[in-house]
Design a binder for this molecule. Structure first.
Ligand code: ADP
Ligand code: ASP
Ligand code: MG
Length: 409
């Protein structure tokens, strides 16, 4: 008896009809070997970006429910085309939307969380010897409203289906042939990792390595789904995202990431008394604006500045919320800066090695790069710097931590 395999193909892998035919051939190869195949696909190429641009040409404050109705159309095009391509190769295949496979989410439109997956129609299709082609990124509320799972959410669909179906493997096919020590499109000598732990991958994804959606890694870790990230254009094995093993601790820094999707916002000369931070961040939270790094300066003459980072897309909204808050609490004003990037070093070995952060700071200062904000976790250190130094910073750190050379040498 063959395996049950879930494969996910990202936007660039299905960007045009030729690539969709290429995906069909790869799926057909596995089906021919006797494996039961579930294939999750993204919208073609940059379709989702195009849909977002359409919405913003209509309104800056779209109704999230209507956003999801529109955003979910991208994936629906791909499933129909891929099912046709498989059928043209003589394979029995059937396409399904998220709602059709019973992918039930909460009602947090545009970033819904999965509650459960019934998958009845997938089971039925597999039992009938068909390839099940499933639209990524989408689900439905209990009440029948279409939802989407956040940018990069097809990864989550793939992982969650693999868990629900108890699949033998979850393969994520993309335009790079695995997880690298840094974005290979930025660092030419980045090295492919044969394996990476869930925790490191989660941190790298959360800190900007978009090769996997952070929530999909969180889900994979929780349900113990081994994820194999590989190229849809080459047959080579890729990177296995898996449970941490002992040898992984020997390496201090596993990867360098960068995130250019953030903005830095400061609220200036805020009265330094109890309750102010809670008012400011409570006000942002009430508008569903998620802040990341927070720095509060030392107070001088009873006033202080508070700076924080947030997704660039939320900047304008945050500024208007904060301008009102600044007036309320008697602060001087609000400033915002888009020209920032967050650079991070990640590695489980940091738990047991000292001096890693100091080395990172020395490297950035050696390049004449000013550090605007710093944050740390158990297995990562991040610095906010001026955007224009992103490449220089990532490459310098990649060199200093010797990531271009073989592990252990
Ligand atoms: P897909 O459309 O298949 O979902 P994505 O564009 O979401 O693909 O993710 C793949 C991209 O992730 C790569 O093209 C690469 O530029 C980027 N990336 C960032 N960091 C890394 C990393 N450490 N290893 C591999 N790819 C990375
Ligand atoms: N099409 C969606 C996006 O671009 C989901 C995905 O590709 O994973 O974010
Ligand atoms: Mg992606």
């Amino acid at each position: 008896m063959g395996l049950l395999i879930v494969q996910k193909y990202g936007g660039s892998s299905v960007a045009d009809p030729e690539r969709i035919k290429n995906v069909a051939r790869r799926v057909a190869e596995s089906a021919r070997l006797g494996h039961r195949m579930v294939v999750v696909v993204s919208a073609m190429g940059k379709t989702t970006d195009g849909l977002l641009a359409l919405a913003s040409a209509i309104t800056q404050t779209p109704d999230p429910r209507e956003m999801d109705v529109m955003l979910s159309t991208g994936e629906q095009v791909t499933i129909g085309l891929l099912a046709m391509a498989l059928q043209s190769l003589g394979h029995s295949a059937c396409s399904f939307t998220g709602p059709q496979v019973g992918l039930i989410t909460d009602a947090a439109h545009t970033r819904a969380r999965i509650k459960r997956i019934t998958a009845e129609r997938i089971h039925a299709a597999l039992d009938a010897g068909r390839v099940a082609v499933v639209a990524g990124f989408q689900g439905t509320t209990e009440g029948g409203d279409i939802t989407t799972l956040g940018r990069g959410g097809s990864d989550l669909t793939g992982v969650a289906l693999a868990a629900a179906l108890k699949a033998d493997v979850c393969e994520i096919f993309t335009d790079v042939d695995g997880i690298y020590t840094a974005d290979p499109n930025v660092v030419p000598d980045a090295r492919k990792l044969p394996r990476i732990s869930y925790d490191e991958m989660l941190e790298m994804a959360a800190l900007g390595a978009k090769v996997l959606q952070a929530r999909s890694v969180e889900f994979a870790k929780k349900h113990n789904v081994p994820v194999h990230v590989r190229s849809s254009f080459k047959p080579d094995p890729g990177t296995l995202v898996t449970r941490e093993d002992y040898s992984m601790e020997d390496v201090v820094v596993t990867g360098i990431t960068h995130d250019r999707g953030q903005a830095k916002v400061s609220i200036l000369r805020v009265p330094d008394r109890p309750g102010i931070a809670s008012r400011v961040f409570g006000g942002l939270g009430a508008q569903n604006i998620v802040v990341d790094m927070i720095v509060q300066n030392i107070s001088r003459d009873g006033f202080t500045d508070i700076s924080f980072t947030l997704p660039r897309a939320d900047r304008t909204r945050a500024e208007s919320v904060l301008a009102a808050l600044a007036r309320e609490v008697g602060a001087e004003g609000v400033t915002a800066d888009d020209r920032v990037a967050k650079i991070s070093i990640v590695g489980v070995g940091m738990r047991s090695h000292a001096g890693v952060a100091a080395r990172m700071f020395a490297t950035l200062s050696g390049e004449g790069i000013n550090i605007q904000m710093i944050s740390t976790s158990e297995i990562a250190v991040s610095c906010v710097i001026e955007d224009k130094y992103t490449e220089v910073a990532v490459r310098a750190l990649h060199d200093v931590f010797e990531l271009g050379t073989e592990r252990g040498t």
